[in-house]
Design a protein around this ligand. Structure first.
Ligand code: ADP
Ligand code: TRP
Length: 344
């Protein structure tokens, strides 16, 4: 029959991602996410939002939240997102995220959410004290993506499981509501040298905003002295750098610094090792610090410049929200019809 929707999603390619406004952005966010956003906008229609609804799954000071949203927006702009090309907006300015999340909460199964490792990591031993929102966080994430029928989602490695869940939810929605091909099954774009940047203090833990030690991460707003000092203090071992990547396998801290150098320089790790093999960290660290300062320094400066004019950031976010709604509203209208809601 020709009037049946295609079984496979046949809509256009669309990129979407977001970052929570819940702390300073760091090198891991930059290499794992922001760098990719700026690149992808030139290839595919791209929507990038600030996830303030996700942020309140843990306590946020209401007096600071708007400023935090502007800071993430400034980071997007300072790392090369162009509001004339990409759609940049705050999640809470588009009510369809919350509306779709409710429907998807009724599609997702408890058993699926029980497997989410990010919840287990964040909740620790006292999950009964966490918000219900933290538990159902990945369903809101699925709604963020599916409201725009996004097909590609650039994120760091740690988000892979949430993307798998999004696909499961999309597939079940399509099946349950007899709507084959309605939602795409979106793909995580995690490839790239900075997909998993590790802590500077512990090569087995991911660099994270929530690490209590500020020395574990390089923040986008760190000045040259702070960057150099954190790299100088970074945990390493007494051995010189080896010739091959295989020889780094058992040296997580050394491996991480080489990977950071390669990602910042846009060069393969093997090539970096070729240059530094045989040298100790006394020689390597100052080179890495110079490189990090040359890449990150201007970003921090640009963020400060942008944040001096909050009205301009708000204008960009308002404009982005209006454009985002134009895409999300028709999706939501169709979802309501498929579900059989009273209100359409
Ligand atoms: P954090 O884990 O520091 O709280 P977020 O969860 O807000 O950071 O992550 C925002 C984006 O940055 C996501 O796409 C996430 O996958 C990516 N990201 C976070 N930490 C890292 C890291 N250490 N290495 C690579 N990407 C990361
Ligand atoms: N959960 C993501 C993170 O912690 C942020 C996020 C929320 C997101 N919604 C999203 C990322 C939708 C990609 C697509 O980083």
């Amino acid at each position: 029959m020709t009037d049946q929707p295609p079984a496979q999603y046949a809509g256009p390619k669309r990129v979407l991602s977001g970052v929570q406004p819940s702390g300073d952005l760091h090198l891991g966010n930059y290499l794992g996410a922001l760098v990719k956003f700026a690149k992808l906008q030139h290839e595919t229609p791209t929507l990038i939002f600030v996830a303030d609804m996700h942020a309140i799954t843990v306590w946020q000071d209401p007096k600071k939240l708007k400023t935090q949203v502007r800071e993430i927006a400034a980071a997007y702009l300072a790392t090369g997102l162009d509001p004339k090309i990409a759609t940049i907006f705050p999640q809470s300015a588009v009510p369809e995220h919350a509306e779709l999340a409710w429907v998807l909460n009724c599609v997702a199964r408890l058993g699926w959410l029980d497997r989410m490792t990010q919840f287990k990591d964040k909740a620790g031993k006292h999950k009964e004290r966490e918000s219900v929102g933290l538990y159902t966080y990945p369903v809101l994430q699925a709604a963020d993506i599916l409201a725009y029928k996004a097909t590609h989602v650039p994120v760091g490695d740690d988000q892979k499981q949430h993307l798998e869940l999004t696909r499961d939810i999309a597939q079940k929605f399509n099946n349950d509501f007899d709507a084959a091909g309605f939602f795409p099954l979106p793909e995580a774009l995690t490839q790239g040298p900075g997909a998993r940047v590790m802590s500077l203090r512990d090569g087995s833990a991911k660099m994270s905003k929530s690490d209590p030690s500020d020395n574990s991460r390089i923040n986008l707003t760190d000045d040259a002295d702070a960057i150099a000092s954190k790299i100088r203090k970074a945990k390493t071992d007494p051995e010189p750098l080896p010739e091959t990547m295989e020889a780094l396998a058992e040296r997580p801290e050394a491996k991480n610094l080489v990977a950071i150098y390669a990602a910042l320089a846009g060069r393969p790790e093997a090539e970096v090792l070729g240059e530094f093999a045989g040298q100790g960290f006394g020689a390597f660290k100052p080179k890495l610090a110079d490189l990090a300062v040359s890449v990150m320094g201007p970003i921090g400066g640009e963020m400060r410049r942008l944040l001096a004019d909050p009205a301009e950031i708000d204008r960009i976010l308002g404009d982005g929200a209006a454009r985002a709604r134009e895409i999300a509203a028709p999706t939501m209208a169709e979802v309501k019809r498929l579900v059989g809601y009273w209100a359409g």
